[in-house]
Design a protein around this ligand. Structure first.
Ligand code: PMP
Length: 444
């Protein structure tokens, strides 16, 4: 049932909600509000259908209002609303973890539940540190992230992350963190379809950091197999394999942040499978529950888990967890989500649509101010040149115009990032591109 939103239609009434990652004053002066959703469409409070070009925030991979998920949540909340998972249990997270392990890349059979991508990142970093300690290599405390990387907003995540705005203003952060270069090279790769050609110097920078610090000081490397938040940055061919080789050679753990690439976004259940590179730890969230209930999951290689179980340490192996780790309602949502994904073939549907998506997206290349288009699976980026003296302003105008015209897109800097639900049909891809075309044309 749609909610009555009249009471928030005034700016004053909107003041108390401090909106995340939002220019609050600007937004509250002219808000965009959604009130319901079904399938590929949101409904705005003024009753307009809004085509979802972003799966919410990269999370509603099966589209909206999926009855199977809604009903599972309703049933579960009525039956068991909450039960602890500290020194206690209930069956659902065990069942969900087992199903997830079957889906995950080989060996990543142990699942630690969190509530978000940020918590998943921090959990992964902590597991990596303690793993080395348990093996008698407690001096391995350094982390290596990547420029423009995004691993959420916890202190661990922003330390290894590489987006200046997310780090500046929050103090010294974790010490002993280095960043690999990002892999975006528009001059060389503009309008490349799919993965850019190899540039091994990017991955080989890891060897330089190893030489600089000594391998035995480095705990883990963390990267997104495909970076989304920074504006869709793809790994050049062979890049992830090379990172894997270097990490393996030096006993460094490789962590893949698959918060947005997990659950079918690139055409395989996980990017690790799509790119045939298996990390030691893999973080996820978002599509895990189709965005319906907050939940994250960290997949860990058996050997790492076993190191904790076999340790001669305290009875509790990992002093870490969240009140809501393995929450029954979230686990029920996740189980129902997996059923939907699997019964509808959604975990590989992006691969089926990739070619159509690619040519639809690249048909926009001659529009004004477009300087690059990038794509893989059901992900797309249209990069615009920055307006003089106002970086990000042009793409933001396209975003507000597209919303007026009936599509939700996402912008970061001057990049329009697209990641529609994996249920999208070809005519809806056309509709999305047509609205974006009109919005770009209407923007100076
Ligand atoms: N990692 C990546 C790669 C993400 O894209 C995001 C969210 N966009 C996060 C972590 C953080 O997830 P959350 O907002 O659920 O904390």
């Amino acid at each position: 049932m749609a909610q009555n939103t009249d009471h928030i239609a005034t700016e004053g009434a909107m003041a108390p909600f401090w909106m995340p990652f939002t220019a609050n004053k600007q937004f509250k002066a002219s808000p965009r509000l959604l009130k319901s959703a079904e399938g590929m469409y949101y409904q705005s409070v003024d009753d307009r259908p809004i085509l979802d070009g972003t799966a919410g925030l990269w999370c509603c991979n099966a589209g909206h209002g999926r009855r199977q998920i809604t009903e599972a949540v309703q049933r579960q909340i009525a039956e068991l609303d909450f039960a602890p998972t500290f020194q206690m249990g209930h069956p659902l997270p065990f069942e969900f973890a087992q199903r997830l392990a079957e889906l995950a890349p080989p060996g990543l059979d142990r699942v630690f539940f969190t509530n978000s991508g940020s918590e998943s990142a921090d959990t992964a970093l902590k597991i990596a540190l303690q793993y080395h300690r348990l093996r008698g290599e407690g001096q391995r405390t350094r982390f290596i992230g990547r420029e423009k990387g995004y691993h959420g907003v916890g202190f661990g995540g922003i330390s290894v992350g590489g987006l200046g705005n997310n780090r500046k203003g929050f103090g010294p952060l974790l010490t002993g963190v280095d960043h690999l270069p990002h892999t975006l090279n528009i001059e060389r790769n503009a309008f490349t379809k799919g993965l850019p050609e190899p540039d091994m110097s990017l991955a080989d920078r890891l060897e330089e950091l190893v030489a600089l610090h000594g391998a035995d000081t480095i705990a883990a490397v963390i990267v997104e197999p495909m970076a989304g938040s920074a504006g869709v940055i793809l790994p050049p061919k062979g890049y992830l394999k090379r990172l894997r080789e270097i990490c393996t050679r030096h006993g460094i753990l490789l962590i893949f942040d698959e918060v947005i690439t997990g659950f079918g976004r690139l055409g395989s259940p996980f990017a690790s499978q799509e790119f045939d590179v298996i990390p030691d730890i893999l973080t996820s969230a978002k599509g895990l529950t189709n965005g319906a209930i907050p939940m994250g999951a960290v997949f860990v290689q058996n050997a790492i888990y076993n190191q904790f179980m076999d340790a001669d340490g305290p009875a509790i192996e990992l002093f870490h967890g969240y009140t809501y780790s393995g929450h029954p309602v979230a686990a029920a949502a996740g189980l129902a989500t997996l059923e939907v994904y699997q019964s509808e073939g959604l975990l590989t549907r992006a691969a089926d649509l990739a070619e159509y998506w690619e040519s639809a997206l690249h048909s926009l290349r001659d529009l004004p101010n477009v300087i690059d288009i990038r794509n893989y699976g059901l992900v797309g980026a249209i990069e615009l040149s920055a307006r003089d003296g106002a970086p990000g302003a042009r793409a933001y105008d396209v975003f507000t115009k597209a919303f007026e015209l009936g599509a939700l897109i996402r912008v970061t800097g001057d990049v329009i990032a697209l990641s529609p639900p994996l249920i999208i049909e070809r005519d809806q891809i056309d509709q999305l591109m047509s609205i974006i075309t009109d919005a770009i044309r209407a923007t100076r």
